[in-house]
Design a protein around this ligand. Structure first.
Ligand SMILES: *[C@@H]1O[C@H](CO)[C@@H](O)[C@H](O)[C@H]1NC(C)=O
Ligand SMILES: *[C@@H]1O[C@H](CO)[C@@H](O)[C@H](O)[C@H]1NC(C)=O
Ligand SMILES: *[C@@H]1O[C@H](CO)[C@@H](O)[C@H](O)[C@H]1NC(C)=O
Ligand SMILES: *[C@@H]1O[C@H](CO)[C@@H](O)[C@H](O)[C@H]1NC(C)=O
Ligand SMILES: *[C@@H]1O[C@H](CO)[C@@H](O)[C@H](O)[C@H]1NC(C)=O
Ligand SMILES: *[C@@H]1O[C@H](CO)[C@@H](O)[C@H](O)[C@H]1NC(C)=O
Length: 804
């Protein structure tokens, strides 16, 4: 989502205003009451206000949600219905319904990228958590859930003071397929299992009400479930962008006109799983279709894919287009001959609302031309109103509702700020640490030079940041630690670093300091919405800055890298004058403090890279090639740790600690028998030997009791060092040899465990063979290979043999 930038740099923005403000009041309406009657009679603040507007059946909380939604639809005229189909849904004054703005944003804190949010009222700021890629690097499910729950409390508090809506468009769960992608920072990384797990925690933590939310309390008070269906939500989260969206602007292609050509195999084992989990397990109430086409059909016109979400995954919610993604069906994808056809094809496919005003402008003529029927509109409205009803929008005064006590006192609380700090601590990744150079002993550091273009900025949140509660730079944070701290940017124009004119000043402070820390890397000038990178190297003169300082500094230096996308820093990895390298992503408002704590040993780093760091040579691969699997015949190396066959700078899952951990495998089965688990009558499907070089496998659809095959891998983690620490256990698996198209290895489970110095902690990782040990074949079907599967924990391997 999206795209204020799209509006700004696009003439659609002008059209939007032209139509909205000039034509909107004179849109044909069949009612005697003009839409603009609100001038004389102010809108009520909320629907169902007593005494006159609270008696409609759609206000009756004892009725089921869908019935309430249906009765509301039945009371609307066609022109009133049509004005509900854009982001800025119009008021229906005669029914006491105020306008509703659908687009609010909450990716890693409430932010104003969606115009539904503003910071102009009693709440001037909101907690700025680390950008998602860094929070993901903590590999801690309960952290992910806590962050989402805290964001939701702030969102609902902002709604109560009319500074936000109830429908938020996060999380971004597209797989980080290409290291150049400008929005990879917004995602949990390149692995579909991690991305799916993040999606579930985020959506549940964000939407849920009642018992499960922090022990059933918000703001210290117990919350009650609303009446009705028990399907209430605190806020609505949105799985975006569906699907195969991960290119902004590269090589003449834009996200608006790009056609992602995706094999059925990649679709089913890479692009779709996060969306399936987000909906099936997370029970998200919104799905956003993306700008790009998938195999020739624009995503918002993909009836099969949109219906799959409802029919196969049990989706209950509304489907929104990305902003102006109905316009792009016609204007950029050239998929239809007229705007009316674009509107029709999206509605018929199952999209319910368009972000923007395109439907408002073209739907009446689409109806006149017989391309859209009123029942298409009623179907969309049923989904839209049902979500609003579940959110309590039609339950009367929100301040009297179950979340009504949330307000300014629940935003930027010390608890939330601590959680932002905790998320940054847990995510920071230590990539290099020669001869235990770090941690620095704070009692022995007399002076510190903090150099580099990212050292003295408070813009540490990455894309989709709001106004932070307590903005602090990295330099500010270190000043609180060391007695004498100096700073020089080195790059006078910041991250682009187009000249070395600032080097002299940096050199002079570096020479005088006891220790030097360089904070370099990326910011939104290099990677963001509508902007992909072309290179994986440090921008401009940044590398020269690092090597220049390394040459003059008395001791080896510490290199801190910012940004969401991988960097080729092989020069630094191989340079002994650079003792340590840390990656901090976009660490959010408390990121400076978290970094100082790590560097001075107050926190033992345990984050792991959620993406592969490729060498610069990777950029010869067209970004437009969606294939995950390597193809040696055309020199294609594949993508992500699962399939990439080339050299890497750092691997997925890489991350050091100040201590060492060892594993003991306490228990895992050696054999699994499918006997009794195969569906009766599928015996003839048992011999699937042709497609896979005489190898044996079984379709998971033919396994009757997947649940009976579930086992746990029990591991003892021992901390062999003299610092306490938390450590991420990652369990990978590899299928029996020679299965064509199988991943090199696949993460099947992970857990972050805390272990005291020289102590041990036990963990259990659940393995569901149907899901975790299966692979997707070329037809897009999941099959479970029979034979020896290898489970891997670091260098420890264990064979599980699956037999009939
Ligand atoms: C709300 O619906 C219930 C169930 O149908 C009904 O008994 C009750 O009278 C309704 N309340 C109002 C105010 O109409
Ligand atoms: C929504 O439309 C109303 C007019 O109907 C306008 O006053 C308001 O500013 C619009 N809101 C946004 C966020 O565009
Ligand atoms: C769509 O049509 C426009 C105008 O006819 C043309 O400039 C553009 O290249 C076409 N785009 C695609 C993706 O075919
Ligand atoms: C850091 O940035 C702030 C705000 O731009 C500026 O006022 C301050 O002088 C800078 N500090 C240093 C040490 O350069
Ligand atoms: C961890 O163990 C390895 C191999 O035994 C050793 O080289 C390294 O120095 C140890 N690291 C720490 C932080 O103790
Ligand atoms: C996981 O995150 C939670 C929430 O911040 C925290 O309390 C817990 O200590 C973390 N677990 C580990 C092992 O770091």
């Amino acid at each position: 989502m999206s795209a204020i930038t799209h509006y700004l740099c696009n003439f659609k923005f002008l059209l939007f205003f032209f139509f909205f403000f000039l034509l909107h009041p004179i849109l044909p309406t069949s009612t005697s009451q003009p839409i603009t009657s609100s001038h004389s009679r102010p809108h009520p603040l909320f629907p169902c206000t007593p005494p006159h507007h609270s008696l409609y059946p759609f206000c009756n909380t004892s009725l089921p949600t869908s019935l309430r939604a249906q009765t509301l639809i039945s009371l609307l005229t066609l022109p009133e219905k049509l004005l509900q189909l854009g982001t800025n849904a119009s008021a229906v004054p005669r029914l006491g319904i105020p306008p509703y703005y659908w687009w609010s944003e909450s990716l890693h804190g409430i932010n104003a990228n969606g115009p539904g949010v503003n910071f102009l009222g009693p709440i001037p700021a909101a907690t700025n958590f680390p950008q998602v890629i860094l929070t993901a690097a903590g590999f801690n499910r309960s952290l992910w859930r806590s962050v989402a729950a805290a964001i939701a409390v702030e969102g609902r508090a902002m709604y109560n003071v009319r500074q936000a809506g109830l429908t938020f468009w996060a999380p971004n769960i597209n797989v980080f397929r290409d290291p150049r992608w400008g929005r990879g920072q917004e995602t949990p990384g390149e692995d579909p299992v991690v991305t799916a797990a993040f999606a579930v925690e985020f959506v549940e933590g964000f939407q849920e009400v009642g018992e499960r939310r922090r022990g059933g309390a918000v703001g210290g008070k117990r919350m009650l479930m609303g009446a009705g269906d028990g399907d209430g939500m605190m806020l609505s989260a949105c799985c975006k962008h569906y699907t195969a969206y991960d290119l902004e602007s590269w090589g003449g292609f834009t996200r608006y006109n790009f056609n992602a050509v995706v094999t059925e195999q990649d679709m089913q084992d890479t692009y779709q799983p996060p969306f399936r989990s987000c909906i099936q397990q997370g029970k998200a109430s919104c799905l956003m279709c993306s700008y790009n086409a998938v195999n020739g059909v624009p995503a918002c016109a993909q009836g099969d894919l949109l219906q799959q979400a409802r029919n196969d995954w049990g989706f209950k919610g509304y489907i929104t287009s990305d902003c102006d993604a109905v316009a792009t069906i016609f204007e950029d994808q050239n998929y239809t001959k007229t705007p009316e056809d674009a509107v029709a094809v999206a509605l018929k496919a199952g999209m319910d609302i368009n972000c923007g005003s395109y439907l408002n402008r073209h739907i009446q003529s689409a109806i006149n031309q017989g391309k859209v029927q009123e029942e298409d509109i009623d179907r969309a409205l049923l989904n839209l109103f049902s979500v609003q009803i579940r959110l309590g929008l039609f339950d009367g005064d929100p301040i009297k509702g179950q979340f009504g006590m949330l307000g300014p006192q629940d935003v930027c609380t010390s608890e939330h700020k601590k959680l932002a700090l905790e998320a940054a601590r847990q995510g920071i990744v230590l990539l290099k640490n020669d001869r235990k150079f770090l941690p620095l002993n704070k009692h022995r550091v007399s002076s510190l030079a903090i150099v580099g273009p990212m050292a003295n900025t408070t813009a540490l949140g990455g894309g989709y940041s709001g106004v932070p509660c307590s903005p602090n730079s990295i330099f500010d944070a270190f000043s609180a630690y060391a007695k004498k701290t100096s700073h020089a940017a080195g790059c006078l124009d910041g991250v682009p670093c187009t000249s070395n004119a600032g080097f002299m000043e940096a050199v002079s402070i570096a020479k005088e300091a006891d220790f030097v820390i360089i904070v370099a890397g990326l910011d939104l000038s290099q990677e963001t919405e509508d902007r992909d990178r072309y290179s994986l190297l440090l921008p401009g003169f940044q590398k020269a800055l690092v090597t220049t300082i390394a040459a003059v500094s008395e001791k080896p230096l510490v290199l801190v890298l910012t940004g969401g996308g991988p960097l080729d820093v092989s020069f630094a990895e191989g340079d002994p004058r650079i003792a340590s390298i840390l990656w901090i992503g976009y660490p959010g408002e408390a990121g400076g403090k978290a970094l100082a704590e790590v560097i001075f040993g107050d926190y033992n780093p345990g984050g792991r890279l959620p993406v592969t760091w490729y060498p610069e040579s990777f950029t010869r691969i067209p970004m437009t090639d969606m294939n995950m699997r390597a193809d040696p015949s055309r020199g294609y190396p594949g993508r992500t740790y699962r399939f990439y066959t080339g050299p890497r700078i750092y691997d997925f899952g890489q991350g050091l600690s100040y201590t060492n951990y060892t594993y003991n495998l306490l228990s895992a089965p050696s054999k699994l028998s499918l006997l009794g688990s195969i569906k009766a009558g599928s015996e003839n499907n048992m011999q699937h030997k042709n497609g896979y070089d005489e190898l044996d496998y079984i379709h998971i659809d033919d396994v009757e009791f997947c649940g009976s095959l579930i086992f746990h891998v029990q591991v003892l983690v021992t901390n062999k060092g003299d610092m306490d620490g938390s450590h991420v256990v990652m369990l990978f698996s590899r299928v029996p040899k020679n299965f064509k198209g199988a991943p090199e290895r696949q993460l099947i489970g992970f857990d972050r465990v805390h272990t005291v110095s020289y102590g041990s902690t036990e963990t259990r990782i659940m393995v569901d063979p149907c899901e975790h040990l299966s692979i997707v074949n070329e037809l897009g079907k999941r099959v479970l290979p029979l034979g020896d599967h290898t489970l891997m924990l670091l260098n420890l391997e264990h064979i599980v043999s699956i037999e009939r």
